[in-house]
Design a protein around this ligand. Structure first.
Ligand SMILES: Nc1ncnc2c1ncn2[C@@H]1O[C@H](COP(=O)(O)OP(=O)(O)OP(=O)(O)O)[C@@H](O)[C@H]1O
Length: 249
């Protein structure tokens, strides 16, 4: 199912007919996903539904068993995650993966230097902008291993931002945070949106997610079971049954 076909291929990010198997385990079955590059889309669904696997497949962490991925008018199915990143498609991880032994600044600088053709000055400016936007200038010289969970999550975001993305894929970036910490991240992600960066965000904290996204996709058992306006998706009887654990009243 693909309900969002507006716009040309050059301004869209799509996965078509995506299947993913791990050995005998079928994790994704014929998933179609499509969004405009500046759109903000949330992904929800029960544990094990295949959300992270979809994100990882779209980002190029591993190839799909079948299907194709296109980004900004190019077929990227055969490209690595690093190649996709250079085109403007970048992912953050559910469990932050900073380079330990390096400072916050150095971690973000590595990401900024990844941009093809970027001079040292460009990279430096990008790091400062990313750290500033993510509220991390005051911890720029701290080693990554000394950061608390909120700062590690911010660092994931700052590293992604420093690559100059068109679309950022966020995997449960709010997980484990207090409500007020999650609100700080929401403010940052809203600023990314104002800059025209597209967002795909997997998140279990739905009220946080709904402050940012204009469209919601619900997955269950490797398939998309609902896709559309967030409140309509949350009220969909299939979503209520699969995700919220209730039956229709
Ligand atoms: N590399 C892998 N090898 C084998 N099985 C995997 C692998 N990655 C994921 N799976 C399995 O695929 C299924 C879907 O996992 P996935 O992490 O994509 O779900 P999810 O919807 O993101 O769940 P959660 O909300 O708990 O993070 C699970 O049964 C998981 O055990």
């Amino acid at each position: 199912m693909n309900i969002n076909e507006n716009g040309t291929g050059a301004s869209r990010f799509s996965g078509k007919g995506i299947h993913k198997r791990f050995g005998a385990l079928k994790v994704l079955e014929d998933v179609d996903f499509s969004m405009g590059l500046g759109e903000a889309v949330g992904i929800v669904g029960p544990n094990g539904a295949g959300k992270t696997t979809l994100l990882a497949t779209l980002a190029g962490a591993f190839p799909p068993s079948a299907g194709s991925v296109s980004f900004a008018g190019r077929d990227v199915t055969g490209m690595t995650a690093a190649e996709r990143c250079r085109l403007g498609l970048v992912r953050t991880h559910q469990v932050p993966k900073p380079f330990l032994g390096m400072t916050t600044f150095e971690n973000v600088y590595v990401a900024a230097s990844h941009v093809r053709g970027a001079s040292r000055e460009d990279a430096y400016e990008r790091v400062v902008d990313s750290l500033s936007l993510c509220g991390m200038l005051s911890v720029a010289n701290r080693r990554a291993e000394t950061l608390g969970l909120l700062d590690r999550k911010r660092l994931e975001l700052a590293r992604a931002l420093a690559t100059g993305p068109k679309v950022i894929l966020l995997d449960e970036i709010g997980g484990g945070l207090t409500d007020s910490e999650a609100q700080e991240l929401v403010a940052t992600i809203q600023e990314l949106r104002r800059r025209g960066i597209g967002i795909v965000w997997i998140e279990h904290i739905v009220h946080v997610l709904l402050q940012v996204v204009e469209r919601l996709v619900c997955m269950d058992a490797g398939r998309i079971i609902a896709d559309g306006e967030p409140n309509a998706v949350m009220a969909d009887p299939q979503v209520v049954k699969a995700y919220l654990g209730g039956g229709p009243k």
